[in-house]
Design a protein around this ligand. Structure first.
Ligand code: FES
Length: 281
């Protein structure tokens, strides 16, 4: 029995969404896409406009859409990184602007662009500039979301795969143990005024999803999945298996304590939204 099948109340939705991941997801996106595409033409500044991102699904609460995935890579020494797309220059409205975008990301056929992260003010963060100097490691923050992390890491340490080896048993007393082991952290934020918050999970479910989907095969590694951890509602920082989430049936999900939005990290969908332009220099 897979992990997913242990939760019959949710398994139907998960199976449905699983089927949706990939090309067919575009049909669902189209219904809400028309209005946003119209307003995209008004974007000014560098980059921005209508953007289609892969995201962990928003399943409840007021958030308008999921939170965008950050493709994961593991370096030769076992440290976790978020992939940054290729930096290039593009003509936009007669002006040359720098963007970061990879077409056909790792042979998935999908375009990965940093416009996925241009919302909630993140578009103005230094780390979102295409050529911001960073090694792209995920680093533990000063106030990690989990006790295990406070014990394993000091502030600024890089997340390492060995510290997730108990992912099939790990639990924090919230919801069911063994679904996946999470960490909170930051990305491309060293020496920057603003911190880009991220969350990572290692899970058997991610491995299973990656077997069936080219995008997830390309964007996850060894069961690790990551996303930009800014609630798409009003920009709070949610958390997987957080205190207080059980009251809202979110004890095995990602929960935003501000207005009770819930996200399912094991359901990846495509979302269409208008990315905010980066401020012009
Ligand atoms: S639900 Fe409102 S900011 Fe997250």
């Amino acid at each position: 029995m897979s992990e997913r099948d242990k939760y019959p109340a949710q398994s139907g939705r998960r199976r449905f969404v699983k089927g949706v991941v990939g090309g067919a997801a575009l049909a669902g996106v189209g219904a809400t896409g028309a209005a946003t595409i119209n307003s995209a033409t008004q974007a000014s500044g560098a980059g921005g406009g209508s953007t289609q991102a892969y995201a962990i699904e928003n399943t409840a609460g007021p958030a308008p859409r999921g939170m965008p995935q950050i493709p994961v890579e593991i370096d030769d020494e076992g440290y976790l990184k978020g992939v940054w797309p290729e930096v290039k220059t593009e003509e936009q409205g007669g002006v040359s602007v720098q963007i970061a975008e990879t077409e056909d990301f790792k042979g998935s056929g999908e375009t990965y662009t940093t416009e996925w992260f241009q919302f909630c003010g993140v578009e103005s963060y230094a780390g979102i500039e295409p050529d911001y100097d960073s090694e792209n490691y995920f680093r533990s923050g000063s106030n990690p979301g989990y006790e295990w992390q406070s014990e394993a890491y000091s502030e600024g340490d890089r997340l390492h795969v060995d510290d997730f080896s108990d992912y099939q048993e790990w639990g924090n007393g919230v919801g069911d143990p063994g679904l996946g082991k999470p960490a909170t952290g930051r990305w491309r934020s060293e020496d920057a005024e603003d911190t880009i918050p991220i969350q990572v999970i290692k899970s058997e479910q991610v491995m299973e999803m990656a077997e069936e989907d080219p995008w997830l095969e390309a964007s996850t590694e060894d069961g690790f999945i990551a996303w930009l951890n800014k609630c798409t509602h009003f920009c709070c920082v949610p958390q997987y298996k957080s205190e207080g989430s059980a009251k809202f049936n979110a004890e095995n999900d990602v929960y935003c304590q501000c207005h009770q939005s819930v996200y399912d990290p094991y359901s990846i969908v495509q979302t269409l939204f208008v990315a905010r332009p980066r401020p012009s220099d």
